[in-house]
Write a protein that binds this ligand. Structure first.
Ligand SMILES: [Zn+2]
Length: 97
C-alpha cells in the first residue's frame, strides 16, 4: 500500500486559501489591461463569475475558470490567470501599479 497523494507544499496551501472561490465576481485587472493595451473595448468592461473547476490548470492554483464557454480542453470554461483578475468592487493594487 502506497499513498498516491502528493505532498502539498506551503505555497500551494497558501494559493488554495487565498484563491478566488466559485461565485466570486471578477474582472481583468487594470494593470493587466494596460499592459495588454485593452483599456478600451469589451474585455475591459467584461465581468465574470468564477466557477468550480478541477482541471490541472486550476489545481495549480494559478488559474481560475469563469462562466464563459471556451477552452474546450479545459472543462469547457474560459480560464484566466488568477494574477490578472481582481474581485469586482474590491480595491486592489492590481489596478494601480
Ligand atoms: Zn480549470
Amino acid at each position: 500500500m502506497t499513498s498516491d497523494k502528493p505532498d502539498v507544499s506551503l505555497v500551494q496551501t497558501i494559493l488554495r486559501v487565498t484563491r478566488m472561490k466559485p461565485g466570486t465576481k471578477v474582472r481583468l485587472s487594470g494593470v493587466f489591461l494596460r499592459n495588454t493595451g485593452q483599456m478600451t473595448g469589451g474585455e475591459g468592461l467584461s465581468k465574470w463569475t468564477v466557477v468550480e473547476c478541477d482541471c490541472s490548470l486550476c489545481a495549480s492554483g494559478r488559474f481560475v475558470a469563469v462562466d464563459e464557454p471556451g477552452g474546450a480542453t479545459l472543462s469547457g470554461h474560459r480560464h484566466f490567470a488568477e494574477a490578472n483578475l481582481v474581485q469586482v468592487g474590491v480595491p486592489s493594487i492590481r489596478n494601480d501599479p
